[in-house]
Design a binder for this molecule. Sequence first.
Ligand code: XUL
Ligand code: CO
Length: 438
Amino acid sequence: MADYYRGNKEYFPGVGKIKFEGKDSDNDLAFKFYDENKIISGKTMKKHLRFATAYWHSFCADGSDPFGNGTIRHPWKNTEEKADAAFEFFSKLGTPYYCFHDIDASEDADSIAEYEDNYKKTTEILLERQNATGVKLLWNTANVFSHPRYMNGASTNPDFRILARAATQVKASLDANVILGGENYVFWGGREGYSTLLNTNMKKELNHMAQFLALARDYGRKIGFKGSFLIEPKPMEPTKHQYDVDSATVIGFLKEHGLDKDFKLNIEANHATLAGHSFDHELRVCADAGMLGSVDANRGDPQNGWDTDQFPTDVYDALKAMMVILDVGGLGTGGLNFDAKVRRNSTDSDDLFYAHIGGMDTFACALEIADKIIRDGKLKTRMDKRYESFTFGKGLEFEQGKMTLENLRDYALHDSPISQVSGKQELIENIMNQYMFA
Ligand code: XUL
Ligand code: CO
C-alpha cells in the first residue's frame, strides 16, 4: 500500500513519500535536516515546528504577475480534484497542517446562498480527506479583499452593505473551521486601510473594524470555536496604509478595544521586512505581550519593497526566529505556515516539493541550533549580566516601584563614578556563527 494519500488520479506522479535521509544524501527529494521523529529537548521536530502548507500559493496561484499571464498550469479542474491534489501533496511531503481562504478551496459565487452551499460541500470534501490522512487544519480565513466589491475595504468599508456582505464570508468560514477542527482562525487586513485621508474617516473605520472583530469572536465562541483568533500585521500592499501596520500597532489596537484576551498575532516574515522591522523583532514584540499566535514562514527580497512571498532559506533569520519561539515555550496552537510561492519561472510540479523541502530543512536546522544555544545558556548569561544592576539594591527597588524621581537623583548624587560597559555585539555575533557552523 502506498504510504501517501491518492484520490482518483495521482497529481504528483513522479514523487513518492519524502523521507529524511540526512545531510549527506544526494536525493533532491529527501530531507537533509528535517527528521520529524527526532527528539529535541523532549519533543519531536514535528511537534516543535508544526508545519503547514498554504492552499492559495500551492494549489491556486498560477505564477501570473502584473506584467504577464500565468505560467503554471494546474491539472485539477474542480473543488474535489483540487482537494485530492492538495492532500496527496500534504501526505507525500509530511506537513501535518494546512491553511486556506474560503475561496481557495471552495468556489466563489455572487449569490450568498450558492456561496454557502458550495462552502458546505467543500467542507465535507476537506473533512473526508483530513480523516483519510490525519492532516489537520491550522487555520482558515475569509478572502474579503480580492472581489471588486471589497475595493474600499471589508469591515472598514464606508458602505455598511459591504461590511455585512463580508460578515457572511467570515461567518461561513467560522462554521467551516469548527467542523474541520481548526486550531486558529486568521484575519489578515486585506483592504482594511486607506489610499488617502482626504476621503477617509480613520477613527470611524477603526471602530468598525473592532466592532466587526468582536462580533466574529462572539459568534465563534457561540458555535464552539476554542482556538485563537489571529491578526496578521502588514504595513502596506494592497492599500497605501494598512491599519494593521505591525505587531506593536496591532497589540495597541487590540488592547484599546478589549480584544486582547481572544486575539493573538500571526507574524509573517516578509511583512516584518516591509514594516522596516526584522522577523525576530516582530516575534519578540508579540512574545513579550503574551500574544504570539502563529507564523507565516516566508521571506522577502532585501533589494525590493514588495511581498515576494519566497520560501524561507536563510538559516540565520530562521534561527533568530526560533530563539524567540523556544524562549516562549513554543508555538502553542500555532504553527509555521509556508505562506510562500514558487517563482513564476519554477514551472515543474516537483518545484513545489523542492520549495517546501528547503523551507522545512531551514527551520529544522534553526530549531536544532536554537535549542543548543538556549540549553548552553551562554548568551542568556551574558544578557542577564547586562541587567545585573537591577537585581539588587536601589536598582531592584526601582524595578519594584519603590523609588521616586528624587530618590533616583539622590542615588546618582552619591554613586561612585560611572564606568563604561560594552554591549559586546561583535563577540556575540561570533558566538552565533560558532554555533551555526560547529
Ligand atoms: C497576504 C498574506 C495572506 C494572509 C492570509 O500578504 O499574507 O496570504 O496570510 O490572508
Ligand atoms: Co500571510
